[in-house]
Write a protein that binds this ligand. Structure first.
Ligand code: ATP
Ligand code: MG
Ligand code: MG
Length: 549
């Protein structure tokens, strides 16, 4: 189902370079607001900005768009740096819109002196009403023609803290009759007494996004300012500010369609709600569509980059299927994950004709097609554990695994035959007694076919582990379309298995080593809870797509 990959911005940049625009320079930036953790939607923007820069010997900055102090924090800033670096990108420079507060103030003074900004005492509600609607022109504020001297004085006093929050705003004086409401004298500064995580209490006025963004881009010499489609009708304002201030350079804003992914949400506000209301254990819960959640689930950064490249970049909004992200993850892990054996729900099997206390070991390849990935030692002994559902007493016809009197191959080891089924008082199968055929190690049995192959671990050698089977967080394909997106939550998004056993080679598994547990799925050690002696594994993704089946 992979959409055709294309990227129209790549073509724009190639044309600009061919026309020697910007002296052949390409400079982009990724501009997150530090008001939450990054999600898979941000990954699309990160990959786009960093990749286009790298492909053209250009630079990409990381810029924190930190003009809303109440919602922003150092924790969020640090998580963003960690996530961008983990995705594999290095920023040329790290900047903050707050670095520019003094310069932005000076530019605002310049606009006032040019007669293009005024201090307005309208309430936010009045301003909203006066700006009008698409079908009627806006109504100018009585303050619109305030003399320049008075505007300068009031703006200085706004900065000096003489007025209450919300008492005044500074507005750009553009066109109250513009068909584009963004151009109807937008506010560019507001009074807000809020402690800023970087500038502390130095400021009680803060610049608005549209005014800040274009100037920050300009100050960094950005050539291509890439943003999502909802900013398309803000572009005239972006250009107006730079044109009227006659800035030394003028970045080009280009809009693309944001990532919309089925079975999830990509909105920091809603993700924050999931965290604060404890529907998940935190921003890095493996079910979260955050970069940190995907990392903790075991998703390799290369799979995310591959996904972002394969979905392409267009100007048309569309929905990407969750199964496509999962396909990209599987493709990567199938190539790169180490194979290992783990038994999720163990059933003991006693090998009746095996000597008590005896054990032997095999070298088993870590990857069936990649000898360069090496091998590990796996032990076999008197009692082994298999999956409960690899045995059936009354199997359907096509069941290829173990049945009473039947044979099955143990992966990498012998063929065993089920001789006896032991049950408890309630009739549950609690143990099997099997014989092994010594002539079948690495060889087909004589004169008969054994179709089934199952995984196993040696009871004596295996390690206990907790296994967390994560599934999609939402069972509704478009939770955003519900009155309350929380109603779309999948009630079975986590199953915890506390009695699993894994092969001994996993004793020191680290979170950044990814495994395919044979026949079971892709897993990695949990970065928070797993320790040697108390192993915890997270399921990254199942082996095959089982959704909607
Ligand atoms: P949210 O609505 O989740 O808060 P945002 O756009 O407000 O997202 P920012 O921190 O401003 O979050 O985003 C930083 C950059 O990432 C912006 O350039 C934005 O356009 C881009 N971005 C955010 N969400 C997506 C998405 N779903 N797909 C592509 N790019 C996105
Ligand atoms: Mg934003
Ligand atoms: Mg936002």
């Amino acid at each position: 189902d992979s959409p055709v990959s294309s990227n129209f911005i790549r073509h724009i940049i190639a044309e600009d370079l061919a026309a020697a625009k910007n002296n052949g320079r390409v400079a982009t930036r990724f501009p997150p607001e530090p008001n939450g953790y990054l999600h898979i939607g941000h990954a699309k923007s990160i990959c786009l900005n960093f990749t286009l820069a790298a492909e053209n010997n250009g630079t990409c900055n990381l810029r924190f768009d930190d003009t809303n102090p109440e919602k922003e924090s150092v924790e969020y800033m640090e998580s963003i740096e960690r996530d961008v670096a983990w995705l594999g990108f290095q920023w040329a420079g790290k900047y903050h819109a707050s670095d520019y507060f003094e310069t932005l103030y000076d530019y605002a003074v310049q606009l006032i002196m040019q007669g293009q900004a005024y201090v307005d005492s309208s309430t936010p509600e009045q301003m909203r009403l006066d700006r009008g609607t698409l079908t009627e022109p806006g109504k100018p504020s009585p303050d619109r023609d305030r003399p320049i001297e008075e505007n300068l004085d009031l703006f200085q006093r706004m900065r000096a803290g003489e007025f209450a929050d919300g008492q005044y705003v500074l507005r750009a004086k553009i066109d109250m009759a513009s068909p584009n409401i963004n151009m109807r004298d937008p506010a560019i500064y507001r009074i807000r007494r809020a402690h800023h995580h970087r500038t502390g209490d130095a400021w009680c006025i803060y610049p608005m996004y549209d005014y800040t963004h274009c100037l920050s881009d300009m100050l960094e010499g950005i050539t291509h300012s890439i943003c999502t489609l909802e900013f398309e009708d803000h572009r005239p304002l972006y250009d107006w500010v730079l044109d009227e201030l006659k800035t030394p350079c003028h970045p080009q804003q280009i809009e693309f369609a944001r990532l919309q992914l089925e079975y999830t949400i990509v909105s920091k506000r809603k993700l924050l709600q999931l965290v604060t209301e404890k529907h998940v254990t935190g921003w890095d819960d493996p079910r979260m569509p955050t970069i940190s959640g995907l990392r903790r689930a075991g998703v390799p950064p290369e799979a995310i980059r591959d996904f972002c490249e394969r979905i392409g970049v267009t100007k048309k909004n569309s929905w990407i299927e969750m199964s496509f992200l999962e396909t990209c993850i599987r493709d990567n892990l199938n190539d790169n994950a180490l194979r290992a054996m783990a038994v999720l729900r163990p059933l003991p099997v006693v090998i009746t004709n095996w000597e008590d206390g005896k054990s032997e070991t095999y070298q088993i390849a870590n990857h069936p097609q990649k000898p360069e990935m090496g091998s590990r030692e796996v032990a076999f002994g008197k009692v082994i554990l298999i999956e409960q559902d690899d045995f059936m007493e009354n199997p359907p016809k096509d069941f290829k695994r173990l049945v009473p009197g039947g044979e099955v191959r143990l992966r990498g080891s012998y063929v065993i035959k089920c001789e006896e089924v032991i049950k408890d008082a309630a009739g549950n199968v609690v143990e099997l007694r099997c014989s092994y055929d010594p002539a079948t190690l690495g060889k087909n049995p004589e004169g008969r076919k054994v179709k089934g192959v199952i995984h196993w671990v040696s009871e004596q050698h295996a390690l206990p582990a907790e296994i967390r089977l994560y599934d999609r967080l939402f069972s509704h394909p478009n939770p955003d379309t519900l009155d309350n997106f929380l109603d779309g939550i999948n009630p079975d998004s986590l199953e915890v298995l506390t009695d699993a056993r894994v092969e001994a080679s996993l004793a020191n598994a680290t979170p950044d080593t990814r495994y395919q547990f044979e026949r079971t799925g892709y897993f990695c050690a949990d970065s928070v809870d797993s320790k040697p002696g108390k192993l915890v594994f997270n399921r990254t993704v199942t082996l095959r797509d089982s959704w909607g089946k």
